[in-house]
Design a protein around this ligand. Structure first.
Ligand code: 3HC
Length: 312
């Protein structure tokens, strides 16, 4: 058999695995473009979890009670854990963790737009749990069926933890809404600031999403950006009503014919600016991550020296 025949057989086997909804595993042959696309998606996801610790980490020292502090600490630690599983999943594809970190701190790889907005009050912690983790769950539950095995399996545990994150946020907001007028205003203000950026988390509209068609064909994406955005809106409206907050969109209304909520236009120019690096906190987020990496250099060196001593 020639090398060309070999490749055709491997490709047919890959296509059949995808078609039969079976998993691609690290030892399996896969097209270079599939590998590169998975590394791209998993690395961006890992970076999002790691950078995502910053907006809320900002409030750990100022949590209003010991209980709230313990909950927030647990949540932020979970995000670090998610980043670690995801970097490990990227390594199964041949990516190098140190290289991925260099790409993040060198602004050469993206992370989620949402983490470039500031957290101004403690209500933001609740709203991030409710809306941001809610959007993450909407996006990530279908990824438990990703065709790439290590990513799909990491996603099962991540989604369980994200579900706790969402519940803690909603419970915090419920408590604040039963509190003083000033607390209710804080919740409304945080909702106003995070609603539209949460809709942007799902990515650009389908007709401007370069990766969706191929990722759907490979089973590394199960729904389009617009489908998931709609699902998130439909899920959030009754939650907002129960909470007693107003979502900041005058066009939001139930559409009997479509069986979904209609919503107003997203400001895609704002999204484009944020992913270009011009959001309110991009510079600060990356600089903070770079400083943490530099300050941790001695730990990595000591760990490597210890490992080398063990081998000697
Ligand atoms: N922020 C930053 N970049 C975004 C983005 C966002 N919200 N949405 C899309 N993009 C980028 C894409 O990465 C892509 O850039 P690239 O081609 O340079 O890689 C470009 O914009 C075009 O978008 P596409 O729709 O073509 O990209 P995808 O098909 O990859 O879809 C996605 C984007 C929906 C984010 C998809 O990659 C995905 O589902 N990823 C896995 C989940 C993930 O990474 N979530 C991030 C949030 S993690 C999180 O929320 C942590 C939790 O603790 C809250």
């Amino acid at each position: 058999m020639t090398a060309v025949d070999d490749n055709t057989v491997l490709e047919q086997h890959f296509d059949a695995t995808i078609e039969h909804e079976k998993r691609i595993e690290p030892r399996d042959w896969m097209p270079d473009k599939y590998r590169a696309s998975m590394i791209r998606q998993i690395a961006q996801h890992a970076h999002s979890e790691i950078i995502g610790m910053q907006p809320e980490g900002n409030w750990i020292t100022r949590a209003p009670s010991l209980r709230r502090k313990a909950i927030l600490l647990a949540k932020v630690q979970d995000e670090a854990g998610h980043g670690m599983y995801l970097y490990s999943a990227a390594e199964t594809l041949g990516a190098d963790r140190a290289d991925l970190t260099e790409r993040l701190i060198g602004n050469r790889q993206k992370y989620s737009s949402i983490f470039n907005y500031p957290t101004l009050t403690y209500a933001d912690v609740g709203v991030i749990g409710w809306l941001v983790d809610g959007a993450a769950i909407c996006n990530q539950v279908p990824l438990c069926r990703s065709s790439y095995g290590p990513y799909a399996r990491a996603m099962v545990r991540i989604c369980k933890e994200e579900s706790f994150h969402q519940r803690q946020g909603y419970e915090l907001l419920m408590t604040m809404m039963r509190g003083t007028e000033a607390q209710r205003e804080m919740v409304q203000d945080a909702t106003n600031r995070f609603w539209w950026p949460s809709l942007m988390m799902f990515g650009p509209p389908d007709d401007q999403s370069p990766n969706t068609a191929q990722s759907m064909a490979w089973g590394t994406k199960r729904h389009t950006n617009d489908e998931l955005r709609q699902r998130f809106v439909d899920m959030s409206v009754p939650q907002a009503e129960k909470l007693g907050v107003t979502l900041p969109d005058p066009d939001l209304r139930w559409n009997e014919v479509r069986g979904h909520y209609d919503f107003g236009p997203v400001d895609w120019s704002e999204f484009a600016e944020v992913i270009k690096g011009n959001g309110p906190c991009n510079v600060q987020r990356v600089a903070h991550r770079r400083a943490a990496h530099d300050e941790g250099a001695w730990v990595r060196e000591a760990a490597l020296a210890h490992a080398a001593k063990g081998r000697a």
